[in-house]
Design a protein around this ligand. Structure first.
Ligand code: GLA
Length: 667
């Protein structure tokens, strides 16, 4: 790929506009510093008029040469995300079916069954034609396969999917008795005589078999990935040198980011924090850290964000306080080499006409357009940061298979949600100015000083041993409740919870006691303040070696351990048997951070984000007012303005600096 610093641009849908608008588009792109646009994501209907027909490529040819002549690179979509009406008219069986048996109609988008051979054949035919036509086009930088896989249809329950599911199960279990064992079918008289009797977990009178649901989640992810892979194989064959990506959706449960990340040359993500949420930047940071981690630390692309409001929430708040800029800089700080938006020019028609865009309906004499141009200039100045790594000494474990199992029905509490627990543990690390990677719990953990395992409900023997070995070898682990509870078939690991880690944690759990929402119990002990309290969950813990840092101070479990620490061989294992209130959680995490000797990028006041990327220190003010940050006596140049800073930097609301390495102290 051409080296052009940070990429800036967005989804460009010229097919929605008369051709005379296109030249204005490229002129404005140049003015804004746009150097990459994603073209053709929903253009199948405009590119092909019927099954296996030649491409109607004239318009696309003209668009690509126009962009190229203006120096704008292209992330070319394979255009397979929204089949045109002719495809479902000829092949109605491609239309997906919901768990309740409703066949979804065309008229929206993504109306295809991922297992449908007719859909896959038509998609591959289109990709082949696109790659032949544009594979060696000078503007082509990157292939964008599909779009947000699984976003609207994460799983299909039709008869075609049912046969594909049976094939998938045969492959996994070979023998029906093995499936019966894994699924625990002696329960509720569910024993199958053959694979032919199995259906997807369609709507049932009560809880469907949990392992059937879990396997269906695995199958559905595999089927979506197979769609992606089918397209990627064509591109690899015809354009082996052009990298491929697809836009993931961050903490999106149906799609296993680790499996997908391995299949992408460049990992990319769409990120839409809610401007109405004063804490949105924290979740946005987590998604950035996740995306970087899915690509094993390589630079990633922010493929979509909104310059202003979206149109798909109930109430769609506009961005304020320089949020477009500060959230974009946050992405770059956390490893992004591209900041792309949905979309370039706001649509005049269709379901997204009220979604903001880089060129708003009101044109260029607007606040939003000026912000677009300002950000383009900022990103140009950040070129030295492109390609730089974001080092992390802390990791948070996330395993999609465990997440699928964690949030099945009929559990002790429906309020134990993966993303909530993840956020509760991530926030205090973020606020301490420490960058965390996300990691699969089975990966090599040895390069981290601290590993946090929030509600890692299901663990294989290998994962259980991996975490145990990490602590034995000197690591510091923080494990929360409802971790290590079942194996990968969702069968309980017997003998007290969490069976695989009792020795490591120095305790065992006899009984769960989740708290109804809105209730809490006080917490006491060395890490408690006067207002510390336990939320969501408690359990009856029996200590055998661990020391209680927090104790339940009321209710039926009064006197029981709530948070513990245990020295185990050369390492330390913390255990949270509850969700303490946020301030107390931060104290627990700070204890673990100090035990692990992890350093912050900078000591920052609340609301200021500090991240080190390469040799640059990003300081971004998300708070409601001005903030001062102490940066030490050495002078440091701000890459954004060229000004020198030393002592303290004052950041206005929404403002940021990107400081270079310290220079000689100012006398
Ligand atoms: C997703 C899609 C885009 C668009 C945006 C709107 O990210 O990929 O096509 O619909 O949402 O926010």
């Amino acid at each position: 790929m051409r080296d052009r610093g940070i990429r800036y641009g967005g989804d460009y849908n010229p097919e929605q506009w008369p051709e005379e608008v296109w030249s204005e588009d490229v002129t404005l792109m140049v003015e804004a510093g746009v150097n990459l646009v994603t073209v053709g994501v929903f253009a199948w209907g405009e590119l092909q008029g019927g099954p296996r027909q030649e491409l109607q490529s004239g318009w696309m040819d003209r668009v690509l040469s126009l962009l190229h002549s203006a120096g704008v690179g292209v992330d070319l979509a394979t255009a397979t995300a929204s089949p045109p009406p002719w495809l479902s008219a000829v092949h109605p069986e491609i239309l997906p079916v919901s768990a309740t048996g409703v066949r979804l109609s065309p008229g929206g988008r993504q109306h295809y069954c991922p297992s449908s051979p007719a859909y896959r054949d038509a998609a591959i035919d289109l990709v082949r034609r696109m790659a032949r036509r544009y594979g060696d086009h000078a503007a082509l930088e990157l292939w964008h396969i599909g779009n947000e896989y699984g976003c609207h249809v994460p799983a299909c329950y039709c008869d075609v999917s049912a046969s594909a599911f049976r094939r998938w199960l045969r492959e996994r279990y070979a023998d029906i008795d093995e499936l019966n064992r894994a699924w625990g079918t002696t329960f509720w008289s569910q024993r199958y005589r053959s694979f032919d009797e199995i259906l997807p977990p369609r709507a049932a009178p009560t809880f469907p078999n949990p392992t059937q649901r879990l396997d269906f989640a695995r199958f559905s992810n595999d089927e979506l990935l197979a769609c992606y892979h089918a397209e990627k194989s064509v591109l690899r064959e015809l354009t082996p040198d052009v990298p491929v990506t697809t836009n993931l959706m961050g903490l999106f449960r149906p799609v296993d980011g680790w499996a997908w990340g391995r299949q992408m040359d460049l990992v990319s993500v769409d990120r839409y924090p809610d401007p109405a949420d004063p804490d949105a930047h924290v979740g946005a940071a987590l998604v950035a850290d996740l995306t970087r981690s899915l690509g094993k630390g390589r630079p990633w692309y922010l493929t979509e964000q909104a310059p202003g409001a979206v149109n798909w929430r109930r109430v769609n708040a506009a961005k304020s306080r320089g949020q477009f800029r500060s959230w974009s800089l946050q992405a770059v700080a956390r490893g992004a080499d591209a900041v792309l938006q949905f979309q370039w020019r706001a649509s005049a028609a269709g379901a997204e006409k009220f979604h903001s865009a880089m060129v708003p309906h009101a044109g260029t004499d607007t606040h939003l357009w000026r912000e677009v141009v300002t950000l383009g200039a900022d990103l140009r100045r950040l070129a030295p940061v492109a390609g730089q790594p974001v080092p992390a000494e802390v990791a948070i474990a996330l395993d999609w298979e465990s997440w699928w199992a964690l949030e099945l029905e009929s559990h002790p509490s429906a309020e134990v949600r993966q993303v909530d627990l993840l956020m509760e543990m991530y926030r205090p690390i973020y606020e301490a100015g420490i960058v965390a990677d996300l990691t699969h719990p089975g990966a090599d953990l040895s390069r981290y000083r601290l590993v946090v395992l929030p509600a890692l409900y299901s663990v294989s023997d290998e994962i259980a041993a991996n975490v145990d070995a990490y602590v034995r070898d000197g690591g510091v682990a923080v494990v929360t409740y409802f971790s290590g509870i079942v194996d990968t078939d969702d069968r309980i690991r017997l003998g007290g919870y969490p069976a695989p880690w009792q020795e490591m944690l120095g305790l065992s759990v006899e009984e769960f006691a989740p708290l109804p929402s809105g209730t809490s119990d006080p917490l006491t002990g060395p890490l408690a303040s006067r207002t510390s309290h336990a939320l969501r969950w408690e359990e009856r813990v029996r200590l055998h070696g661990a020391e209680a840092l927090l104790t339940i101070g009321g209710g039926p479990l009064e006197g029981g351990a709530a948070v513990t620490v245990h020295d185990y061989s050369r390492g330390t294992a913390y255990y949270l048997a509850t969700s303490p209130d946020p301030v107390t959680t931060a104290r627990v995490v700070a204890h673990a951070i100090s035990r692990a000797q992890v350093a912050s990028a900078a000591s920052v006041p609340a609301g200021v984000e500090a991240v080190r990327r390469g040799e640059h220190l990003f300081l971004i003010n998300h708070a409601d007012g001005e903030r001062r940050v102490d940066i030490g006596e050495s002078a440091r140049a701000d890459l954004l303005t060229g000004s020198m800073h030393s002592g303290a930097v004052t950041l206005g609301q929404g403002d940021a600096v990107v400081l270079g390495p310290p220079q000689a102290p100012v006398r």
